[in-house]
Design a protein around this ligand. Structure first.
Ligand SMILES: Cc1cc2nc3c(=O)[nH]c(=O)nc-3n(C[C@H](O)[C@H](O)[C@H](O)COP(=O)(O)O)c2cc1C
Length: 325
């Protein structure tokens, strides 16, 4: 791995174009969205389409969810017959009822034997087996430390811990101490997830022994967080990404939009671009007006016209005028 600042799996977001975009931001590794093994086992076209990758991607981790080791193995086998990945991550973290009700995601925190059997089931496939977990609920038979230790014992080569319980979903604070206790007990094997919104959040976690960080909402809020973090950690970074000029931002979003249009289609492109716009266009005069105009557009044509208009207005002069008017 080029570096330990990684893009987390994000359902509905980490499509091939988005992954390539964050790779260009410097992310050392990216993940697919979580992919249903039941969908793969049933031959669902939509599920299979989520295995697609595009040229230039990688390292790429396939994330799968399943309720048991049999379904998991079948899904993984089918996925690997279609595409190649650098590791497989088992989702033991998703708190959403549509996933947990079926026995997958974070409900596995309460079925440790099944969780361990799932890790063991994948090891014969010959790829590194990873798990993404959460802090178990207070009444569970295992705590964060013993659960992560059990997965490593079963053969996982890396475990990412999101320091929130399933009941917290994405609210409240992630329990960083719980993650760090595992990182100290299993050096080099534990990545941290949860509340990584600043360079200092990552530096603190590395300082306490975490081997990698999974940047999630922080990357959506500010895509330039990844290069800023890498720079502070001493990794080489494209200088243009450190204090990006408006022109650089426009170049990046335009090429991302064009790739999305080609790879994921216009509807997805417009939705995903809107998720990234706020973070990419802030901190210059007229930014909020510009963002508002972009949010009102419903197609790529409108968006690309707004980008070009902004570009041709001498670094946002037009945006300034819009704000004044
Ligand atoms: C929109 C969204 C989609 C997510 N999808 C996945 C997923 O597919 N697989 C997974 O393991 N975690 C998923 N997560 C959890 C994130 O990877 C991450 O663990 C979580 O957001 C905590 O990090 P943060 O507080 O820095 O955002 C998702 C989170 C969000 C907000």
């Amino acid at each position: 791995m080029k570096n330990p600042v990684w893009l987390a799996p994000l359902a509905g977001i980490t499509t091939p174009s988005v992954r390539l975009f964050f790779k260009s931001m410097g992310a050392g590794l990216t993940h697919t969205e979580m992919i249903s093994c039941a969908g793969l086992a049933h031959g669902s076209r939509k599920t299979f389409s989520m295995l697609r990758m595009i040229e230039g991607e990688g390292p790429l981790v396939l994330q799968l969810f399943a309720p048991d080791e049999v379904t998991l193995f079948e899904g993984a086998r089918r996925a690997l017959s279609r595409s190649s990945f650098d590791a497989i991550s088992i989702n033991m973290a998703c708190p959403m009822p549509k996933v947990t009700k079926k026995g997958a995601g974070s409900s596995l925190l309460e079925r440790p034997e099944t969780a361990a059997a799932m890790v063991r089931a994948l090891t014969p496939l010959g790829l590194p087996v990873w798990a993404k977990t959460r802090k178990p609920p207070p009444a569970s038979s295992m705590d964060t430390l013993s659960f992560s230790g059990m997965l490593l014992e079963a053969g996982a080569s890396h475990v990412c811990i999101h320091g929130r319980t399933p009941a917290q979903k994405y609210g409240g604070r992630a329990d960083r101490d719980a993650v760090v206790r595992s990182a100290k007990a299993f050096p080099g094997m534990i990545a941290a997830s949860g509340d990584i919104f600043s360079v200092d959040d990552t530096l603190g976690l590395f300082g306490e022994g975490c081997s990698a960080v999974f940047v999630a909402r922080g990357a959506l809020k500010d895509p330039f967080l990844i290069p800023a973090t890498l720079h502070r950690c001493g990794f080489p970074v494209d200088e243009r990404l450190l204090a990006p000029e408006l022109d650089t931002r426009l170049d990046l979003i335009t090429s991302l939009g064009e790739r999305m249009l080609q790879e994921e289609g216009e509807k997805t492109a417009v939705v995903l671009l809107k998720r990234l716009l706020s973070g990419m266009f802030k901190g210059f005069s007229g930014a909020s007006r510009f963002r508002k105009a972009l949010f009102e557009t419903t197609d790529w044509r409108g968006m690309s016209e707004a980008f070009e208009e902004c570009r041709s207005s001498e670094r946002g002069e037009l945006c300034d005028r819009r704000e004044v008017s």
